[in-house]
Design a protein around this ligand. Structure first.
Ligand code: BES
Ligand code: MN
Ligand code: ZN
Length: 521
């Protein structure tokens, strides 16, 4: 879909040339700035009992006299914040998308629009019109809706709104890519397919992409990743994607995505019910692809590396068995007590690989544990990090992007659960606190890193009649990377001695970082 801003001419809203006009009404009365014919239509609807200034109120009207746009939709919103805008646009687009409108103009009456709201609006419009069709020829035809114009109240508003729309467009492209990958069944979306997608994305958006094959991983010593891969006929792929938006010497952010294209559980096989949903077990990988896409689309001034260990977790005569001991890339050995706890086994080698990139920070993203779904449900992702500053950045990014996370603990007491008599650690502990012990396992591989872990088992996809990938946490990750890119730009200014204020602001942050590192050691 195309997005742009529009400043109404002398004729005002009623004179806007579009196929449909969506008026988002904020507040408890007809907004004063609404044009005559629109105010009259809304007033009459209120009088007739067809609209009220409260939640879930929508009104569709055809050929309102005095209004140029042939279709008019009114939707109520509590305020003009990003969350309320998302809800209102979702409802508004639902009213017009099945009709003949190709060009929708959206206006907010009763409160000023912010760039954050504009960003949310783009995502909501994309979400409301997304249809999966890669393996479903009978899927409904694409909606006619192809263009959305955001009406700015005056010319000064246009620039920030356009910036919000641009950010929204970048995130929406990333979310769409993540959803498309994750929704594809596992006989289509194999590790090789993920590698192809990465290469394709690299070509179209200017990323450097490298794919390590099984023998490359063997040479490196990724014994843990390869142990999971060995039960499958599908060759594993270790994907490395680089976005270079800053100088060569600038330390990159590294995103690591769990890329299990199907999780049967392996020899510790899963029950049949809902096993199909384990095609979504590459949701972390999909979010890394999506975020790399968004960051490149936004041309962010920062270096970002995406790492995706990709393989299937299958039972077979060659598969890893409960009790097998393998040696990870870090040199630490692991007793695989449960082959269904495979995500941590592929992530630990990727996290060790990340060390050689000398990153500023590393975030891994994984559909890691059913226990996280029990803890947090489907609204917030689980966030784990020993680093308060990094955790704060990610939580703030999630809240701002309407893709929220919730911090979970990592006390050393939880580490007890991973003790093994036959290796440096076991890959599972008892059932209780399963999301935390999984994170504690990963923590054993991140002592040299500023690291955070996102457990997206409850947020990466929806079950039931609406089954499908959500594209989360691409919005959170993109927001975080872009915020980092902004902060980095300011830090460069500092180095040139531009602002004394910026120096003061960053110094305590650096000290805090050092302190966190010292605590870890
Ligand atoms: N991919 C699953 C986690 C998962 C399960 C996500 C259900 C969403 C819904 C992961 O590989 C897994 O199987 N985890 C096990 C760990 C256990 C064996 C310690 C789990 O959560 O049951
Ligand atoms: Mn599993
Ligand atoms: Zn899994």
């Amino acid at each position: 879909m195309d997005f742009n801003t529009l400043v109404p001419g002398r004729a005002g809203l009623a004179g806007i040339d579009a196929d449909a006009l969506l008026v988002i009404v904020v507040g408890t009365k007809t907004p004063a700035e609404l044009d005559g014919p629109l105010a009259a239509a809304l007033g009459e609807a209120v009088k007739g009992g067809d609209f009220a200034f409260k939640a879930a109120q929508v009104l569709y009207a055809h050929r309102v006299s005095g209004v140029k746009a042939p279709r008019v939709a009114f939707v109520w919103a509590a305020d003009a914040g990003a969350k309320a805008m998302r809800r209102a646009v979702t409802a508004g687009v639902a009213l017009v998308k099945s009709g003949g409108a190709a060009h929708l103009a959206v206006t907010v009456a009763g409160a000023p629009l912010t760039d954050a709201a504009a960003e949310a609006l783009v995502l909501a419009a994309h979400d409301a019109t997304y249809v999966y069709r890669a393996t479903k020829p009978s899927a409904p035809a694409a909606a006619k809706l192809a263009r959305l114009s955001l009406v700015a109240a005056h010319a000064a508003e246009e620039k920030p709104l356009a910036a919000g729309l641009a950010r929204g467009r970048a995130v929406a492209a990333g979310v769409a890519l993540a959803r498309e990958c994750a929704n594809r069944p596992a006989n289509h979306c194999t590790p090789s397919y993920l590698a192809e997608q990465a290469v394709k994305l690299g070509k179209s958006r200017g990323l450097k992409v490298e794919v390590l094959e099984r023998r490359d991983c063997e040479r490196l010593g990724m014994g843990s990743f390869l142990a999971v891969a060995q039960g499958s006929e599908q060759p594993p792929k270790f994907i490395v994607m680089r976005w270079q938006g800053a100088g060569k010497g600038a330390a990159p952010l590294v995103l690591v995505g769990k890329g299990i294209t199907f999780d049967t559980g392996g020899i510790s096989i899963k029950p049949a019910a809902e096993m199909d949903e384990m095609k979504f077990d590459m949701g972390g990988a999909a979010s890394v692809l999506g975020t790399m896409c968004a960051v490149a689309e936004a041309k962010a001034h920062i270096n970002v590396v995406g790492l995706i260990p990709a393989c299937e977790n299958m039972p077979s005569g060659r598969a890893v068995k409960p009790g097998d001991v393998v040696k990870s890339l870090s040199g630490q050995t692991i007793e695989i007590l449960n082959t269904d706890a495979e995500g941590r086994l592929i992530l630990c080698d990727a996290l060790t690989y990340a060390e050689r990139l000398e990153p500023a920070a590393v975030v891994d993203i994984a559909t890691l544990t059913g226990a996280c779904v029990i803890a947090l449900g489907h609204h917030r992702s689980g966030l784990f990090s020993p680093d308060d500053e990094l955790a704060g950045e990610l939580l703030a990014a999630g809240d701002a992007a309407l893709d929220p996370a919730w911090r979970m603990p990592l006390d050393e007491e939880y580490d007890e659960a991973l003790k093994s008599n036959f290796a440096d650690m076991a890959n599972v502990g008892p059932r209780a606190g399963g999301a935390i012990t999984a994170a504690m396992f990963l923590r054993r591989f991140t002592a040299k890193l500023r690291w955070a872990h996102l457990d997206i088992a409850g947020t990466a996809w929806r079950s039931g009649t609406n089954k499908g990938s959500t594209g989360r946490p691409v919005p959170l990750l993109t927001r975080w990377v872009l915020a980092r890119a902004g902060a980095e730009g300011k830090a460069e200014g500092k180095a040139e001695g531009k602002t004394a204020k910026a120096v003061k602001a960053t110094k305590p942050a650096k000290a805090a970082r050092r302190a966190t590192r010292a605590n870890k050691g």
